[in-house]
Design a protein. Structure first.
Length: 96
């Protein structure tokens, strides 16, 4: 039997875990665009700043090396996010 080519949309999965507090997850169908990623990270930076002010704890987000995560626009925001208490940790390239 010949298999048909299937062209589907990409599914992106986002998980946000606060140890001993909660785990949030979201699915998105389609490609993640830089503008959407920046909005998401700005939202997380606001939450990180609140967390830092209340507890003194930093927030760490682990990212793969997707082009959206490494875009020039994203890199331009990283210092501001870090000042808000949000640190980005990138997995090594080709990490399983």
């Amino acid at each position: 039997m010949k298999q048909r080519k299937r062209r589907g949309r990409r599914i992106n999965i986002l998980g946000i875990w606060q140890p001993q507090v909660k785990f949030d997850d979201a699915l998105m169908v389609g490609s993640l665009k830089t503008a959407t990623f920046l909005k998401l990270m700005d939202w997380q930076a606001i939450k990180a700043q609140q967390q830092l002010e209340q507890t003194g704890q930093l927030t760490v987000i682990v990212l793969d090396n997707d082009s959206v995560h490494r875009s020039k626009l994203s890199q331009q925001q990283q210092q501001r996010w870090q000042q808000q208490g949000l640190l980005l940790f990138f997995l090594p390239p080709y990490s399983p």
